[in-house]
Design a protein. Structure first.
Length: 127
């Protein structure tokens, strides 16, 4: 992840947000899918499990500290937050496969697409 962080051309803000999401994904994978911590071990099935986990995730899950939002810990994530977590992992895998840092085992654009159920909730949120 450090190599990706230093290579990506995302803006500083997007890079930091994506990095935070990747750390959350790393904590999840270490807890729920031991042995798949290395990005090269991810499969389409791992992506499906990640999306399902994100859909059930609560505020405060897989974080080091919850300062700043402790009053909301345990509440469900908003649809936009769920989509952001899925997108972050998709961008990471898209980049590292495109840059040929690991062989392509799945298509990140398909395997890590934000589910319609989440996108529909985002579309309904008043602007």
């Amino acid at each position: 992840m450090e190599r990706w962080t230093s290579t990506t051309t995302l803006t500083r803000r997007h890079r930091l947000n994506t990095r935070a999401a990747l750390l959350k994904a790393g904590r999840w994978i270490a807890s729920e899918q031991p042995g798949a911590e290395d990005p090269a071990a991810w499969t389409r099935q791992t992506c499906v499990a990640w999306i399902a986990a994100v859909d059930r995730m609560k505020i405060g899950d897989y974080v080091v500290r919850a300062s700043g939002y402790q009053d909301r810990v345990g509440q469900p994530l908003r649809a936009g937050s769920k989509a952001g977590l899925v997108r972050a992992v998709r961008v990471f895998f898209r980049d590292i496969q495109e840059w040929e840092w690991l062989p392509r085992r799945f298509d990140p654009l398909r395997a890590l697409a934000v589910p319609r159920t989440i996108n529909d909730l985002i579309a309904r949120v008043p602007g």
